[in-house]
Design a protein around this ligand. Structure first.
Ligand SMILES: C/C=C/C(=O)SCCNC(=O)CCNC(=O)[C@H](O)C(C)(C)COP(=O)(O)OP(=O)(O)OC[C@H]1O[C@@H](n2cnc3c(N)ncnc32)[C@H](O)[C@@H]1OP(=O)(O)O
Length: 263
């Protein structure tokens, strides 16, 4: 469900489950993690392009499929030991551990976990018609998968709060205004090629150094943030208000939340 091709030194990673708008199963996270490890060792590549098969980048986590296996939920979101990242965090932040530039080429829907994976890339080239949303709040959850690390380098604090809290789709232009997007275009393929030409004209050592140094400013905080988002998600999953939020997301209207907990 993940395709990896190499063309003239460019690795092309494609989320390939077009009939489900490339919604992410547990197996896709496992495959993506393996691919990132493979690319890390591959000295023949100069850049990575990450995209979705068909008309969409990704419709987010396949919640029903992942929820069907409690063991997979634990492996994906909660396998946390001090200093370790869970599988989803390893995938989202994995693109940043590569020394080569990673460009997410985005069309159609780019939602939830799909947006988080795209935010882990170095650049996002998006079609005018793309829709973005951080959707966890609809399910009574909070953004995880490393979203809080990648967002903190891109979006101002009040905007990050608002985006995660309203959980509604925003347009490509709104996303650009917030800082989520590098470039909005009518031809993502051509714009990606153009960016690759510019990047490939630079020394790979220079690009690697720029990437490493640019990341450093928010890397120091990373471990605390990752641990916090994992623990917050565990508490939410155990909360009666989350059950109510899920019922609401499925269309139940007479929902009354209990008083808020102290965090
Ligand atoms: C920790 C949590 C992390 C997260 O990622 S939270 C976010 C999870 N994602 C969602 O909540 C999105 C759910 N999907 C939708 O709201 C809608 O869909 C869309 C807006 C993405 C698209 O709507 P439309 O254009 O009308 O297409 P369609 O007929 O609903 O979907 C086409 C096919 O794609 C499947 N699909 C879409 N999203 C998901 C998903 N997230 N997981 C699994 N399948 C999905 C559908 O079921 C259907 O397939 P079929 O025709 O076989 O029924």
């Amino acid at each position: 469900m993940i395709k990896l091709e190499k063309q003239q030194g460019i690795a092309i990673v494609t989320l390939s489950r077009a009939q489900k708008q490339n919604a992410l199963s547990f197996a896709m996270f496992v495959e993506l993690n393996k691919i990132i490890k493979k690319l890390k060792k591959d000295r023949s590549i100069r850049a990575v392009v990450l995209k979705g098969d068909g008309d969409h980048f990704c419709a987010g986590l396949d919640i029903a499929a992942v929820m069907a296996s409690p063991l997979n939920i634990i492996k994906l979101l909660f396998k946390w030991l001090p200093g370790n990242k869970n599988l989803a965090q390893r995938v989202v932040l994995g693109w940043q551990s590569l020394s080569v530039p990673v460009i997410a080429q985005i069309n159609g829907n780019c939602l939830g976990g799909g947006l988080q994976i795209a935010l882990g890339a170095d650049y996002r080239i998006v079609h005018h018609d793309t829709q973005f949303a951080i959707m966890e709040a609809r399910w009574g959850l909070c953004p995880d998968m490393g979203a809080n690390v990648v967002m903190s380098g891109l979006v101002k604090r009040d905007q990050a709060l608002w985006l995660a809290s309203h959980a509604d789709p925003i347009s490509a232009l709104q996303a650009k205004e917030l800082g989520l997007v590098t470039q909005v275009t009518d031809d993502t393929e051509a714009a990606t090629q153009k960016m690759l030409e510019i990047l490939l004209a630079r020394s790979p050592d220079t690009l690697a150094a720029i990437k490493r140094v640019t990341q450093q400013s928010y890397k120091t905080q990373q471990r605390n943030i990752l641990a916090k988002e994992t623990f917050s998600q565990i508490r939410l999953l155990l909360s009666p208000n989350t059950k109510k939020a899920i019922a609401k997301a499925k269309g139940k209207t007479d929902i009354h939340y209990a008083n808020p907990k102290r965090w």
